[in-house]
Design a protein around this ligand. Sequence first.
Ligand code: NAD
Ligand code: MG
Length: 395
Amino acid sequence: MQSAKTDPKMVSILGATGSVGQSSLDMIAAAPERYQIHALTAHSNVKALAQAALAHDAKFVAIGDETLYAELKDLLSGHAIELAAGEQGLLEAASRQTDIVIGAIVGAAGIRPTMAALQAGNQVALANKEALVCAGDVIMAEAKRQDLRILPVDSEHNAIFQIFEEANIDEIDEVIITASGGPFRQWSLDAIERATAEQALKHPNWDMGAKVTIDSASMMNKGLEVIEAHHLYKISQDKFSVVVHPQSAIHGLVRYSDGSLLAHMGAPDMCIPIAHCLAWPERASAPTKRLDLVTLGQMTFEAPDLVRFPCLRLALEAMKHGGNLPNIMNAANEVAVAAFLAGNITFGGIPRLVEAVMDKMAEQGCLPVSDLDLVLEVDREARGYARDHLPHLCH
Ligand code: NAD
Ligand code: MG
Protein backbone atom coordinates (compact mmCIF):
# COMPACT_ATOMS: atom_id res chain seq x y z
CA MET A 1 0.00 0.00 0.00
CA GLN A 2 1.31 3.43 -0.89
CA SER A 3 1.64 5.88 2.01
CA ALA A 4 -0.23 9.16 1.58
CA LYS A 5 2.13 12.02 0.75
CA THR A 6 1.79 14.94 3.14
CA ASP A 7 2.72 18.55 2.41
CA PRO A 8 5.97 19.75 3.96
CA LYS A 9 5.67 21.75 7.18
CA MET A 10 6.34 25.46 6.66
CA VAL A 11 8.90 26.81 9.14
CA SER A 12 9.93 30.37 10.02
CA ILE A 13 13.12 31.06 11.97
CA LEU A 14 13.57 34.18 14.08
CA GLY A 15 17.30 34.60 14.62
CA ALA A 16 18.27 32.45 11.62
CA THR A 17 21.92 33.53 11.59
CA GLY A 18 22.69 32.43 15.16
CA SER A 19 23.87 29.11 16.51
CA VAL A 20 20.37 27.65 17.06
CA GLY A 21 19.13 29.29 13.84
CA GLN A 22 21.88 27.68 11.76
CA SER A 23 21.38 24.26 13.39
CA SER A 24 17.66 24.59 12.59
CA LEU A 25 18.47 25.40 8.95
CA ASP A 26 20.71 22.31 8.82
CA MET A 27 17.90 20.09 10.12
CA ILE A 28 15.49 21.56 7.59
CA ALA A 29 17.93 21.20 4.70
CA ALA A 30 18.40 17.53 5.63
CA ALA A 31 14.67 16.79 5.12
CA PRO A 32 13.33 19.01 2.30
CA GLU A 33 10.41 16.63 1.77
CA ARG A 34 9.29 17.29 5.36
CA TYR A 35 10.18 20.97 5.97
CA GLN A 36 10.32 24.17 3.96
CA ILE A 37 11.37 27.64 5.03
CA HIS A 38 8.85 30.46 5.00
CA ALA A 39 10.35 33.50 6.83
CA LEU A 40 13.86 34.20 8.15
CA THR A 41 15.13 37.04 10.34
CA ALA A 42 18.43 38.32 11.72
CA HIS A 43 19.60 41.40 13.56
CA SER A 44 22.65 42.59 11.62
CA ASN A 45 24.38 39.73 9.83
CA VAL A 46 22.86 40.72 6.50
CA LYS A 47 25.17 38.59 4.36
CA ALA A 48 24.47 35.37 6.25
CA LEU A 49 20.76 36.19 6.20
CA ALA A 50 20.71 36.73 2.43
CA GLN A 51 22.74 33.59 1.88
CA ALA A 52 20.34 31.51 4.00
CA ALA A 53 17.34 33.04 2.21
CA LEU A 54 18.69 32.00 -1.18
CA ALA A 55 19.88 28.56 -0.05
CA HIS A 56 16.50 27.77 1.56
CA ASP A 57 14.20 29.53 -0.91
CA ALA A 58 12.70 31.78 1.78
CA LYS A 59 9.53 33.71 0.96
CA PHE A 60 9.94 36.52 3.50
CA VAL A 61 13.10 37.96 5.02
CA ALA A 62 13.47 40.63 7.71
CA ILE A 63 16.57 42.36 9.05
CA GLY A 64 16.25 43.93 12.51
CA ASP A 65 18.75 46.73 11.92
CA GLU A 66 16.93 49.09 9.56
CA THR A 67 20.16 50.70 8.34
CA LEU A 68 20.98 47.40 6.60
CA TYR A 69 17.76 47.24 4.57
CA ALA A 70 19.33 48.68 1.40
CA GLU A 71 22.13 46.12 1.56
CA LEU A 72 19.64 43.29 2.05
CA LYS A 73 17.65 44.54 -0.94
CA ASP A 74 20.81 44.63 -3.03
CA LEU A 75 21.88 41.14 -2.04
CA LEU A 76 18.45 39.69 -2.86
CA SER A 77 17.60 41.74 -5.94
CA GLY A 78 16.14 39.74 -8.80
CA HIS A 79 14.64 37.16 -6.43
CA ALA A 80 10.94 36.97 -5.60
CA ILE A 81 11.43 37.36 -1.84
CA GLU A 82 9.44 39.85 0.25
CA LEU A 83 11.73 42.01 2.38
CA ALA A 84 11.22 43.98 5.56
CA ALA A 85 13.27 45.73 8.25
CA GLY A 86 13.14 47.00 11.82
CA GLU A 87 10.96 45.76 14.65
CA GLN A 88 7.87 45.83 12.44
CA GLY A 89 9.66 43.58 9.96
CA LEU A 90 10.53 41.08 12.69
CA LEU A 91 6.96 41.10 13.99
CA GLU A 92 5.59 40.52 10.50
CA ALA A 93 7.99 37.61 9.98
CA ALA A 94 6.77 36.11 13.27
CA SER A 95 3.11 36.66 12.37
CA ARG A 96 3.17 35.09 8.89
CA GLN A 97 1.04 31.92 8.93
CA THR A 98 3.30 28.88 9.21
CA ASP A 99 3.24 25.48 10.82
CA ILE A 100 6.05 26.33 13.20
CA VAL A 101 8.05 29.39 14.25
CA ILE A 102 11.47 28.72 15.78
CA GLY A 103 12.24 31.47 18.31
CA ALA A 104 16.05 31.63 18.24
CA ILE A 105 16.65 35.32 18.95
CA VAL A 106 18.99 35.93 21.89
CA GLY A 107 17.91 38.06 24.84
CA ALA A 108 14.89 40.20 25.65
CA ALA A 109 14.81 41.26 21.97
CA GLY A 110 12.90 38.03 21.38
CA ILE A 111 9.96 38.88 23.67
CA ARG A 112 7.78 40.79 21.19
CA PRO A 113 8.45 38.52 18.20
CA THR A 114 7.62 35.43 20.32
CA MET A 115 4.36 37.03 21.39
CA ALA A 116 3.55 38.08 17.81
CA ALA A 117 4.02 34.50 16.59
CA LEU A 118 1.61 33.21 19.24
CA GLN A 119 -0.94 35.97 18.68
CA ALA A 120 -1.00 34.99 15.00
CA GLY A 121 -1.84 31.44 16.09
CA ASN A 122 1.53 29.97 15.10
CA GLN A 123 3.05 27.02 16.91
CA VAL A 124 6.26 28.22 18.56
CA ALA A 125 9.40 26.18 19.20
CA LEU A 126 11.27 28.34 21.67
CA ALA A 127 15.02 28.52 22.28
CA ASN A 128 14.90 32.15 23.44
CA LYS A 129 14.77 31.45 27.20
CA GLU A 130 14.99 35.16 28.09
CA ALA A 131 11.49 35.70 26.62
CA LEU A 132 10.03 33.29 29.20
CA VAL A 133 12.23 34.57 32.03
CA CYS A 134 11.01 38.14 31.47
CA ALA A 135 7.46 37.63 30.25
CA GLY A 136 6.64 34.01 31.05
CA ASP A 137 3.23 34.72 32.59
CA VAL A 138 2.07 36.80 29.60
CA ILE A 139 3.51 34.46 26.98
CA MET A 140 2.16 31.28 28.60
CA ALA A 141 -1.27 32.91 28.98
CA GLU A 142 -1.32 33.78 25.26
CA ALA A 143 -0.27 30.24 24.32
CA LYS A 144 -3.12 28.90 26.46
CA ARG A 145 -5.60 31.35 24.93
CA GLN A 146 -4.57 30.19 21.46
CA ASP A 147 -4.62 26.54 22.56
CA LEU A 148 -0.98 26.21 21.47
CA ARG A 149 1.89 24.36 23.12
CA ILE A 150 5.23 26.09 23.39
CA LEU A 151 7.70 23.44 22.26
CA PRO A 152 10.96 23.75 24.20
CA VAL A 153 14.13 23.82 22.09
CA ASP A 154 16.45 24.39 25.05
CA SER A 155 17.97 20.91 25.50
CA GLU A 156 17.10 20.50 29.20
CA HIS A 157 13.50 21.62 28.71
CA ASN A 158 13.11 19.49 25.63
CA ALA A 159 14.43 16.52 27.63
CA ILE A 160 11.90 17.18 30.40
CA PHE A 161 9.11 17.65 27.83
CA GLN A 162 9.78 14.11 26.62
CA ILE A 163 9.53 12.49 30.08
CA PHE A 164 7.06 14.77 31.89
CA GLU A 165 3.77 12.90 32.33
CA GLU A 166 1.18 15.62 32.36
CA ALA A 167 -1.60 13.19 33.26
CA ASN A 168 0.36 12.32 36.43
CA ILE A 169 1.50 15.83 37.28
CA ASP A 170 0.39 15.48 40.91
CA GLU A 171 2.72 12.49 41.29
CA ILE A 172 5.79 14.45 40.15
CA ASP A 173 8.12 14.95 43.12
CA GLU A 174 11.06 16.62 41.40
CA VAL A 175 12.26 17.98 38.07
CA ILE A 176 16.05 17.98 37.77
CA ILE A 177 17.86 20.18 35.29
CA THR A 178 21.43 19.13 34.58
CA ALA A 179 24.32 21.57 34.09
CA SER A 180 27.71 20.85 32.60
CA GLY A 181 29.27 23.24 35.13
CA GLY A 182 30.95 25.14 32.30
CA PRO A 183 34.66 25.87 31.88
CA PHE A 184 35.12 27.09 35.48
CA ARG A 185 33.56 24.11 37.25
CA GLN A 186 36.75 23.31 39.15
CA TRP A 187 38.19 26.83 39.41
CA SER A 188 38.57 28.72 42.68
CA LEU A 189 36.34 31.73 43.31
CA ASP A 190 39.33 34.00 42.97
CA ALA A 191 40.34 32.56 39.59
CA ILE A 192 36.74 32.74 38.33
CA GLU A 193 36.55 36.43 39.32
CA ARG A 194 39.56 37.16 37.08
CA ALA A 195 38.64 34.88 34.14
CA THR A 196 39.11 36.37 30.67
CA ALA A 197 36.53 36.41 27.87
CA GLU A 198 38.65 33.95 25.92
CA GLN A 199 38.54 31.49 28.84
CA ALA A 200 34.81 32.03 29.44
CA LEU A 201 34.01 31.50 25.75
CA LYS A 202 35.57 28.01 25.77
CA HIS A 203 32.64 25.80 26.71
CA PRO A 204 33.69 22.18 27.32
CA ASN A 205 30.66 20.47 25.71
CA TRP A 206 28.40 22.83 23.76
CA ASP A 207 29.06 25.08 20.76
CA MET A 208 26.76 28.11 21.22
CA GLY A 209 26.39 31.87 20.69
CA ALA A 210 28.56 34.21 22.81
CA LYS A 211 25.88 35.38 25.28
CA VAL A 212 24.65 31.93 26.27
CA THR A 213 28.27 30.69 26.46
CA ILE A 214 29.15 33.42 28.98
CA ASP A 215 25.92 32.67 30.86
CA SER A 216 26.98 29.01 30.99
CA ALA A 217 30.38 29.95 32.42
CA SER A 218 28.74 32.07 35.15
CA MET A 219 25.91 29.50 35.56
CA MET A 220 23.40 32.31 35.06
CA ASN A 221 22.27 30.13 32.17
CA LYS A 222 21.16 27.43 34.61
CA GLY A 223 19.33 30.02 36.69
CA LEU A 224 17.54 31.35 33.60
CA GLU A 225 16.69 27.75 32.72
CA VAL A 226 15.12 26.98 36.10
CA ILE A 227 12.89 30.06 35.70
CA GLU A 228 12.12 29.02 32.10
CA ALA A 229 11.20 25.51 33.31
CA HIS A 230 8.96 26.93 36.03
CA HIS A 231 6.93 28.72 33.34
CA LEU A 232 6.80 25.73 31.00
CA TYR A 233 5.99 23.10 33.64
CA LYS A 234 3.42 24.27 36.11
CA ILE A 235 4.67 22.68 39.32
CA SER A 236 5.78 24.43 42.47
CA GLN A 237 9.21 26.12 42.50
CA ASP A 238 10.63 23.95 45.25
CA LYS A 239 10.29 20.88 43.01
CA PHE A 240 12.98 22.14 40.60
CA SER A 241 16.62 21.39 41.24
CA VAL A 242 19.97 21.67 39.47
CA VAL A 243 22.60 18.94 39.37
CA VAL A 244 26.03 19.42 37.82
CA HIS A 245 26.78 16.61 35.38
CA PRO A 246 29.99 17.41 33.49
CA GLN A 247 29.51 14.81 30.72
CA SER A 248 26.23 16.42 29.47
CA ALA A 249 24.79 13.02 28.57
CA ILE A 250 21.64 13.36 30.70
CA HIS A 251 19.81 16.62 29.97
CA GLY A 252 16.85 16.42 32.33
CA LEU A 253 15.18 14.08 34.84
CA VAL A 254 11.73 13.73 36.35
CA ARG A 255 11.20 11.93 39.67
CA TYR A 256 7.76 10.41 40.38
CA SER A 257 6.17 9.58 43.71
CA ASP A 258 6.59 5.84 43.12
CA GLY A 259 10.38 6.29 43.17
CA SER A 260 10.88 6.15 39.40
CA LEU A 261 13.48 8.60 38.16
CA LEU A 262 13.20 9.08 34.39
CA ALA A 263 16.14 10.57 32.51
CA HIS A 264 16.49 11.82 28.96
CA MET A 265 19.88 11.18 27.37
CA GLY A 266 21.51 12.22 24.14
CA ALA A 267 24.67 13.68 22.66
CA PRO A 268 25.24 17.36 23.48
CA ASP A 269 23.92 18.43 20.07
CA MET A 270 21.21 21.11 19.73
CA CYS A 271 20.11 19.43 16.50
CA ILE A 272 18.45 16.71 18.62
CA PRO A 273 15.91 18.95 20.43
CA ILE A 274 15.43 20.98 17.23
CA ALA A 275 14.65 17.81 15.26
CA HIS A 276 12.28 16.71 18.02
CA CYS A 277 10.38 20.02 17.91
CA LEU A 278 10.21 20.06 14.11
CA ALA A 279 8.70 16.59 13.93
CA TRP A 280 6.48 16.87 17.04
CA PRO A 281 4.04 15.24 17.78
CA GLU A 282 5.62 12.63 15.55
CA ARG A 283 9.25 11.53 15.47
CA ALA A 284 11.38 11.50 12.37
CA SER A 285 14.92 10.38 11.69
CA ALA A 286 17.48 13.18 11.69
CA PRO A 287 21.24 13.34 11.06
CA THR A 288 22.07 14.22 14.66
CA LYS A 289 25.02 13.04 16.75
CA ARG A 290 24.54 9.74 18.58
CA LEU A 291 25.52 9.12 22.18
CA ASP A 292 27.65 5.99 22.51
CA LEU A 293 27.36 4.67 26.06
CA VAL A 294 30.57 2.61 26.01
CA THR A 295 32.59 5.59 24.73
CA LEU A 296 30.92 7.73 27.42
CA GLY A 297 32.07 5.15 29.99
CA GLN A 298 30.84 6.87 33.12
CA MET A 299 28.62 9.67 34.36
CA THR A 300 29.24 11.80 37.43
CA PHE A 301 27.05 14.23 39.38
CA GLU A 302 27.75 17.09 41.82
CA ALA A 303 25.75 19.70 43.68
CA PRO A 304 26.07 23.22 42.24
CA ASP A 305 28.23 25.67 44.22
CA LEU A 306 26.27 28.86 44.82
CA VAL A 307 29.29 30.60 46.37
CA ARG A 308 31.60 30.25 43.38
CA PHE A 309 28.66 30.79 41.00
CA PRO A 310 26.67 33.68 42.53
CA CYS A 311 24.69 34.22 39.30
CA LEU A 312 22.88 30.93 39.92
CA ARG A 313 22.09 32.04 43.47
CA LEU A 314 20.75 35.37 42.20
CA ALA A 315 18.52 33.69 39.62
CA LEU A 316 17.09 31.28 42.20
CA GLU A 317 16.42 34.23 44.52
CA ALA A 318 14.74 36.14 41.67
CA MET A 319 12.48 33.18 40.93
CA LYS A 320 11.57 32.78 44.60
CA HIS A 321 10.83 36.49 44.94
CA GLY A 322 8.79 36.41 41.73
CA GLY A 323 7.00 39.36 40.11
CA ASN A 324 9.23 41.26 37.75
CA LEU A 325 12.51 40.53 39.57
CA PRO A 326 13.54 37.91 36.96
CA ASN A 327 12.80 40.55 34.28
CA ILE A 328 15.07 43.04 36.11
CA MET A 329 17.78 40.43 36.65
CA ASN A 330 17.78 39.44 32.99
CA ALA A 331 18.18 43.02 31.77
CA ALA A 332 21.07 43.64 34.19
CA ASN A 333 22.71 40.39 33.13
CA GLU A 334 22.47 41.30 29.42
CA VAL A 335 24.21 44.64 30.13
CA ALA A 336 26.81 42.90 32.34
CA VAL A 337 27.63 40.20 29.76
CA ALA A 338 28.01 42.82 27.00
CA ALA A 339 30.27 44.91 29.28
CA PHE A 340 32.38 41.85 30.11
CA LEU A 341 32.73 40.89 26.44
CA ALA A 342 33.71 44.48 25.63
CA GLY A 343 36.47 44.23 28.25
CA ASN A 344 34.91 46.84 30.54
CA ILE A 345 34.28 44.71 33.63
CA THR A 346 35.81 41.54 35.08
CA PHE A 347 34.00 38.22 35.09
CA GLY A 348 33.37 38.77 38.81
CA GLY A 349 31.77 42.09 37.89
CA ILE A 350 28.87 40.27 36.20
CA PRO A 351 27.14 39.03 39.40
CA ARG A 352 28.06 42.25 41.23
CA LEU A 353 26.29 44.36 38.62
CA VAL A 354 23.28 42.04 38.50
CA GLU A 355 22.94 42.05 42.30
CA ALA A 356 23.32 45.83 42.52
CA VAL A 357 20.51 46.37 39.98
CA MET A 358 18.27 43.77 41.61
CA ASP A 359 18.76 45.37 45.05
CA LYS A 360 18.16 48.87 43.74
CA MET A 361 14.99 48.04 41.85
CA ALA A 362 13.60 45.67 44.45
CA GLU A 363 13.54 48.67 46.83
CA GLN A 364 10.67 50.02 44.72
CA GLY A 365 8.76 46.74 45.14
CA CYS A 366 8.36 44.12 42.43
CA LEU A 367 5.17 44.25 40.40
CA PRO A 368 3.48 41.22 38.85
CA VAL A 369 4.23 40.65 35.16
CA SER A 370 0.83 41.66 33.81
CA ASP A 371 1.45 42.93 30.30
CA LEU A 372 4.14 43.17 27.69
CA ASP A 373 4.48 46.96 27.69
CA LEU A 374 5.28 46.83 31.39
CA VAL A 375 7.84 44.06 30.83
CA LEU A 376 9.62 46.13 28.19
CA GLU A 377 9.46 49.28 30.32
CA VAL A 378 11.03 47.43 33.28
CA ASP A 379 13.64 45.99 30.91
CA ARG A 380 14.59 49.52 29.75
CA GLU A 381 14.66 50.88 33.28
CA ALA A 382 16.85 48.04 34.58
CA ARG A 383 19.27 48.49 31.66
CA GLY A 384 19.44 52.19 32.54
CA TYR A 385 20.32 51.40 36.18
CA ALA A 386 22.86 48.83 35.06
CA ARG A 387 24.59 51.27 32.70
CA ASP A 388 24.62 53.96 35.40
CA HIS A 389 26.20 51.51 37.83
CA LEU A 390 28.82 50.20 35.36
CA PRO A 391 31.46 52.88 36.08
CA HIS A 392 31.65 51.59 39.70
CA LEU A 393 32.80 48.23 38.38
CA CYS A 394 35.00 49.23 35.44
CA HIS A 395 38.66 48.35 35.76
P1 NAD B 1 23.36 33.66 18.74
O1 NAD B 1 23.98 34.85 19.35
O2 NAD B 1 24.23 32.68 18.05
O3 NAD B 1 22.24 34.13 17.69
C1 NAD B 1 21.27 35.05 18.03
C2 NAD B 1 20.34 35.35 16.88
O4 NAD B 1 19.47 36.40 17.31
C3 NAD B 1 21.05 35.87 15.62
O5 NAD B 1 20.39 35.38 14.47
C4 NAD B 1 20.87 37.39 15.71
O6 NAD B 1 20.81 38.02 14.44
C5 NAD B 1 19.54 37.52 16.43
N1 NAD B 1 19.48 38.74 17.23
C6 NAD B 1 20.41 39.20 18.12
N2 NAD B 1 20.02 40.37 18.64
C7 NAD B 1 18.83 40.67 18.07
C8 NAD B 1 17.95 41.77 18.18
N3 NAD B 1 18.21 42.81 18.99
N4 NAD B 1 16.82 41.76 17.46
C9 NAD B 1 16.54 40.73 16.64
N5 NAD B 1 17.35 39.66 16.47
C10 NAD B 1 18.47 39.63 17.19
O7 NAD B 1 22.50 32.96 19.88
P2 NAD B 1 22.18 31.41 20.07
O8 NAD B 1 23.31 30.77 20.77
O9 NAD B 1 21.67 30.81 18.80
O10 NAD B 1 20.99 31.48 21.14
C11 NAD B 1 19.70 31.94 20.81
C12 NAD B 1 18.77 31.68 21.98
O11 NAD B 1 18.67 30.29 22.19
C13 NAD B 1 19.27 32.27 23.31
O12 NAD B 1 18.19 32.72 24.05
C14 NAD B 1 19.93 31.09 24.00
O13 NAD B 1 19.92 31.20 25.40
C15 NAD B 1 19.05 29.95 23.52
N6 NAD B 1 19.75 28.66 23.49
C16 NAD B 1 20.85 28.51 22.71
C17 NAD B 1 21.51 27.29 22.68
C18 NAD B 1 22.70 27.06 21.78
O14 NAD B 1 23.19 25.95 21.69
N7 NAD B 1 23.20 28.07 21.09
C19 NAD B 1 21.03 26.23 23.44
C20 NAD B 1 19.88 26.42 24.21
C21 NAD B 1 19.24 27.65 24.22
MG1 MG C 1 20.11 24.66 27.91
